[in-house]
Unconditional design. Structure first.
Length: 466
């Protein structure tokens, strides 16, 4: 099936936007021309380009802007010309090149035979059974904790705070048992539901938004599954409840996915999800993650492709496996096992993925997006970035450039009063509202090719070392 939209996400910098938006050409009277301004040497400041876009828009802007594109306060000079370059990703002409290119001749779509296979059906059943079993385990652990420690903790101020924290986690666990009406809520934010959606990262000049969004969505989906099975409660009420969790890696994707699937010039979140389901989830080497708590610093992202060091790249990785990387040593002093990267964990292969809408190249409705966001957790969502979006600071972004898509974000919530989606970007905390943005429903093609991914359940049998 040929897709009329742009199929490759280039996460391009604004110097790469060489095509005039459709909604501009449709106006009878033009006060400025984006194309003519782009042909000027030197290129006008991005604030002037944004002002041109706003003057041609049909709606009055409901957002504020800054002077720093992409959250970069001082753009680095171009190595050849010495001029400062306002862009984090692709070189000039990227959209023009990718508009005529098709990723491997087709858009990555889920394998329907795999999704309907007995293996996937069995594992999906295990997910639901494990969630149900966790209810009994949580109740048992809570009763044991309160029976043993409640009177002790109530005697001090800090103890009462701890009990309140436990109760909060317990209530969140029960709220996740029934989310059937959540899509009808006027406002929603996964972060307020106890979900860790990850730190705001900075992709730099590498066009790797597709990788950041896909990895962020997978990690958030994994974290959500742990919430649904009582992980947050167990961590508070079960003594010595500590283990080592593996972390998926943006850098390993850049190094190992292959140029045909994605690099610093372009990529596609669907290609990453397909790789995570059909092969495995590339992870940060265990030795780098061990005993480090700043997840944003663990990644050691370089913003360029390098040598693939993924030990599972050429191995057959089964779905499921042990829940976490195994440890050696007494509980008081755990240590990482030798060759731990060769162990298969439940996070080393995803179970399934898919696009929200069918057909997948059509824009889903607001109701469809809300339902998918509640059911699957944060989603990978595309948008068309323009000059104004690059310098967005606050408010509700309401651009109307719906000519294509060229960037991938992480969708985490909504607000019906604002009529806007809440998204997490990969342009650092200096961009937008601490790295987040409110985007009006249907603005700049927000929601096109939106996709979800589901982690594998934990199998009871421990696999052998590979």
């Amino acid at each position: 099936m040929k897709v009329k939209f742009l199929l490759i996400i280039g996460c391009v910098g604004l110097t790469a936007i060489l095509t005039e938006p459709v909604f501009i050409r449709s106006q009878q009277i033009e006060t400025c021309s984006i194309t003519q301004m782009q042909n000027k040497k030197p290129l006008p400041p991005v604030t002037e380009m944004c002002a041109c876009e706003q003057s041609l828009a049909k709606e009055k802007p409901t957002y504020t802007t800054s002077d720093s594109p992409f959250g970069i306060e001082k753009p680095a000079p171009n190595s050849r010309t010495g001029k400062r370059r306002f862009g984090v990703a692709a070189s000039p002409g990227a959209i023009e090149r990718t508009a005529h290119t098709v990723l491997l001749g087709k858009l990555d779509i889920p394998n329907t035979d795999d999704l309907s296979s007995p293996e996937v059906a069995t594992l999906q059943k295990q997910v639901l059974e494990y969630r149900q079993q966790s209810l009994e385990d949580v109740e048992r652990s809570m009763q044991s904790f309160y029976r043993t420690y409640q009177s002790l903790y109530q005697t001090t101020k800090n103890g009462r705070k701890y009990l309140a924290k436990i109760l909060h986690a317990y209530n969140q666990f029960h709220e996740l048992r029934n989310t059937s009406n959540w899509h009808q809520l006027p406002t929603f934010d996964w972060r307020t539901r106890g979900l860790d959606v990850g730190a705001v990262m900075q992709q730099g000049k590498c066009g790797s938004c597709w990788a950041f969004a896909a990895v962020g969505v997978y990690q958030a989906s994994w974290n959500l599954e742990q919430l649904r099975t009582g992980d947050a409660v167990f961590a508070l009420v079960v003594s010595e409840y500590w283990y080592f969790k593996r972390q998926p890696s943006v850098q390993q994707l850049l190094n190992c996915l292959g140029k045909a699937k994605g690099d610093c010039r372009n990529g596609w979140h669907g290609a990453v999800f397909a790789y995570m389901v059909n092969s495995h989830v590339p992870h940060i080497p265990d030795r780098l993650v061990w005993n480090k708590y700043d997840k944003a610093a663990i990644e050691e992202y370089t913003g360029r492709e390098s040598i693939c060091t993924d030990p599972l790249r050429n191995r057959r990785v089964k779905r499921g496996g042990i829940p976490v990387v195994p440890l050696e040593g007494p509980d008081s002093r755990p240590r990482l096992m030798k060759n731990s990267d060769l162990w298969i964990t439940a996070g080393d292969r995803a179970l399934a993925w898919g696009y929200v809408n069918q057909p997948f190249d059509k824009m889903p409705s607001v109701e469809q997006l809300k339902s998918a966001l509640v059911e699957h957790g944060p989603l990978a969502v595309t948008i068309n970035t323009d000059y104004c979006f690059s310098i967005y600071k606050s408010g509700v972004f309401n651009g109307q450039n719906n000519s294509s898509v060229n960037h991938v974000l992480m969708l985490v919530g909504w607000d019906d009063e604002k009529e806007a989606w809440l998204v997490k970007n990969s342009w650092g905390k200096n961009w937008g509202e601490d790295g987040y943005a409110w985007i009006k429903y249907d603005s700049n093609n927000i929601g096109l090719f939106v996709a979800w991914i589901q982690p594998s359940p934990v199998n009871k049998e421990m696999p052998p070392t590979q």
